[in-house]
Design a protein around this ligand. Structure first.
Ligand SMILES: Cc1cc2nc3c(=O)[nH]c(=O)nc-3n(C[C@H](O)[C@H](O)[C@H](O)COP(=O)(O)O)c2cc1C
Ligand SMILES: CC(C)CC(=O)C(=O)O
Length: 370
């Protein structure tokens, strides 16, 4: 079990390379793979890289800070950990190590419905840390809505502060890399918070019927379920997986407390544009009515600055957290978070940004001649 930081890791790409050299082929395929030809997976990273920054010099920067406001709280910085299933595949301490690092570093934590650790254990650990960021629970609506309601009640009782309803994955994408590697969960790792869930009996299909459309999709979440979810919980409900501006508008009308612009890290539908490309149009239609978050391909502090500049209130980071976790448990996750925050501060200092409110000023815009 790795608990000390390997030498020589100075950025998130180093963490990724090290993690991929030690992960089993199956876990590597699950964590690092995407859907189909993985175009969206790659574009997510490249699109942030292609956005240029244009510095202002000689700005007053003493006392500058990375603080942001999110759902009525002031956060030390705008970095949250995206919900990711089965973290005990990366490290025996799994979600507990991720949660500890997040809490100590003031990063928000979104726990997956498919976590491999009881949601109550994670909450207890996070809530004990005074410097912690927000603690949210990601919800996959289950076919059994009664079970889903009980899961929501457990999250409320454990003092999660918001629900993040994932809306972009009514079914898994074409995970070619996973299937090639023959990915299955090893014994001892499971979605422990779904224990006791009874899957619906499969429909007996007539010839010509589709297992997807005539069975699985009959339980898929809909806009009515968003209203239902809001009616059974006192927690704010954010929607994760919004990419189309028209859906962003619907989500605001449906009472979403926030939106997460996400293509699921390129793991669901391939060839969806990178989130860096989608964010501006969503920000335009939402017009500040609710906070926007964005995830997908964020690997540098400069990416965080660009995301805020394009209209996000905060960002979520996925795979790099799993890399840190693989490499050194809680210490590795803390290192990834610290690197990202340090890089963000550096990017702000070098673009002349004293607070993230002014992040859009750091983006290079087409220049007209004087
Ligand atoms: C291994 C893995 C498991 C994931 N599990 C979930 C999940 O349970 N629920 C969810 O909403 N998103 C899940 N996601 C998607 C992430 O929340 C996030 O949208 C994505 O990873 C962001 O992209 P990035 O990895 O490039 O940072 C998962 C992603 C990965 C890599
Ligand atoms: C268990 C999976 C549905 C979790 C997930 O969202 C993912 O692997 O991308």
């Amino acid at each position: 079990m790795r608990t000390t930081l390997p030498e020589g890791l100075v950025n998130l790409a180093d963490h990724e390379a090290f993690a991929r050299s030690v992960l089993s082929a199956q876990a590597d395929a699950y964590f690092n793979g995407g859907a189909a030809d993985e175009l969206t997976l790659r574009e997510n990273v490249l699109a942030w890289q292609r956005i240029a920054l244009l510095p202002r010099v000689l700005q007053p920067l003493a006392g500058a800070h990375t603080r942001v406001e999110l759902l009525g709280r002031t956060l030390a910085h705008p970095i949250l950990i995206a919900p990711m299933a089965y973290q005990r595949l990366a490290h025996p301490h799994g979600e507990m190590a991720t949660a500890l690092a997040a809490a100590v570093l003031g990063a928000g934590l979104v726990l997956s419905t498919q976590a491999s650790t009881p949601l109550e254990d994670v909450a207890r650990l996070v809530l004990a840390e005074s410097a912690r960021g927000p603690l949210w629970f990601q919800l996959y609506l289950q076919a059994d809505r009664g079970f889903t309601r009980e899961l929501v009640q457990r999250a409320e009782a454990a003092e999660y502060e918001a629900l993040v309803l994932t809306v972009d994955a009514p079914v898994n994408g074409a995970r070619d890399r996973e299937r090639r590697a023959g990915f299955t969960l090893p014994p001892g790792i499971s979605a422990v918070n779904l224990r006791g869930l009874r899957e619906p009996d499969p429909v007996v299909l007539r010839p010509g019927q589709s297992a997807l459309f005539d069975d699985l999709m009959t339980h898929a979440p809909s806009w009515d379920d968003v209203a239902w979810l809001r009616s059974i919980t006192r927690l704010p409900v954010l929607l994760k997986g919004i990419t189309h501006p028209a859906d962003a508008r619907l989500a605001v009308s449906a009472g979403a407390a926030g939106l997460i612009v996400s293509n699921h890290g390129g793991r669901t539908l391939d060839t969806v544009p990178a989130t860096a490309m989608l964010l501006p149009a969503v920000a335009q239609v939402v017009g500040g009515a609710v906070p926007l978050l964005v995830d997908g391909g964020i690997r540098r502090g400069t990416d965080v600055l660009k995301a805020i500049g394009l209209g996000a209130a905060a960002v979520m980071v996925g795979r790099p957290i799993l890399h840190g976790l693989t490499n050194a448990g809680a210490i590795g996750v803390a290192h990834v978070l610290r690197l990202l925050r340090d890089e963000l501060e550096l990017a702000m200092a070098l673009t002349g940004c004293s607070s993230l409110v002014g992040a859009s000023e750091a983006l290079a815009k087409p220049m007209s001649s004087p």
